[in-house]
Write a protein that binds this ligand. Sequence first.
Ligand code: XIL
Length: 387
Amino acid sequence: MFKNLRLNRRQALWFGLTTLAGMGTIGGHKFSSLAQQIAAVSSSTNFTAVGTNSLRQRAAAKGLIYGAAVRHKSLASNPTFNKSFANECGVLVPEWDLKWATLRPDINSFDFTYADWLANYARNQKMLFRGHTLVWHDSLPAWFGQKVNQSNAKQVLLKHIETVVRRYAGQIHSWDVVNEAINIKDGRSDGLRNTPWLKLLGPDYIEIAFRAAAKADPKALLVYNDYGLDVDYWEDEAKRSAVLKLLERLKSKGTPIHALGIQAHMEARTTRFNPSRLVEFVRRVAKLGLKVMITEMDVRDTNLPNDPVIRANAVAYVYKDYLSAVLKEPSVIGVMTWGLSDRYTWLAEDGQPLTGAPVKPLPLDYDFKRKSAWYAIASALDQAPKR
Ligand code: XIL
C-alpha cells in the first residue's frame, strides 16, 4: 500500500510523528487509516464540499440536526460571531448558562437571565434549543457542599429539575438529564462515578432524575451524555461496556430515557480511532431502542507539528473519519460541536498547548471563516443517508 508513496517534507514530518506514536502497528484498519491520514494532511483538497450551504442546511437536507454549544457572553458581545452562529447552527446548546453554577445563586433561588436570553435567541433564529445539563458532578455552586445533605438531597434535585425543565417545556429539543455518570477509575463494579449525587442518593439518583424530567416535560428527548466512548483502547472499551450496562438497567426498569449523547472530544493525533468499534457500540445502543447524538464534538490539535496546514487537516481528517462512520447509522440523529469558532473554545481555557500555537479544534477559524474542519463536517453531512 505504501509502495508508491513519496513523502514531501510535511508528510514525512507527520509520518515520523504517527510512527513514533505506534500507529500502523495494530490491526488492518490502522494501516489504511495511516495511509489516508498521510494523504489527508498533505493537502486540503480532500476537504471540500459542493456549494455554499451552511451546516444547518446540509444537516436538514438529510433529516439531521447540526448545532453548537455557545455562551451568552460570546453571542451578545460579538456581532460577527452572532451572525455566523445564526447562519451555521440549527441547534443551540448553552455551554455554560444552564449549569447549576450559573442557574443557582443559592439553595432557594434560580437566576434564568442568561439561559432565557439564549432560549429567546434560539426561538428568534428558529433554532432548536438543547438543555445541558441537569445532573453533573462538575460545575456545582459553592453552596452545594455546605447546604445539601442526605436528608434534603432528593428534594433539592427534584426541585431543580422540575423548575428548570418546566420553564423550557415546549421549547426544548432534548435534555442532557445526566452527564458523565460513569468513571471506570472509581473502581465500582457498576462503573458509576463517585459523584456528590451518588454519595447523597445512591445509584438511584439517575433514575430519579430521568423520571422527574419526563414528568416536567413529557415531550423532551431525554438523554444520558458521556465522554471517553470513542476509541479502540481498553479504557474506552470498558467505559462503553459500563455505559451499555447502565442503559440496559435503565431501560429494564422502564426509565424514560430516549437517547445516548456521545460527547466525542477527540484528539487529532489519536492513533486509536477505529470506526468499526464505534459503529458496533452505536448499534448496540440502538438495539435498546435509543437514539444517538454526537453532542460535544471537537478535535484537539495539541502535540502536532506547528505547520498550520498539517494541524488543520489532521483535525479535519478526524471529523471526516468519525462522522462519515456514525452518520451512516440510522439511529444517529444529529451532531453538535462544542463551540463553533476557534475564538471561543473551552480547550483554550487550559492555556496554550505545548507547541505554543493556539488550539484550533472547531469548524470556523478565529475570524469565523470556514476551515478544513468545516468542509470535513459539510461533506460528511452531504454523504450521510437521508433519514
Ligand atoms: C465545559 C465548558 O465548555 C467550559 O467553558 C466550562 O468551564 C466547563 O465545562 N463535557 C461537558 C461540558 O459535558 O459541560 C463541558 O463544558 C466540557 C466537557
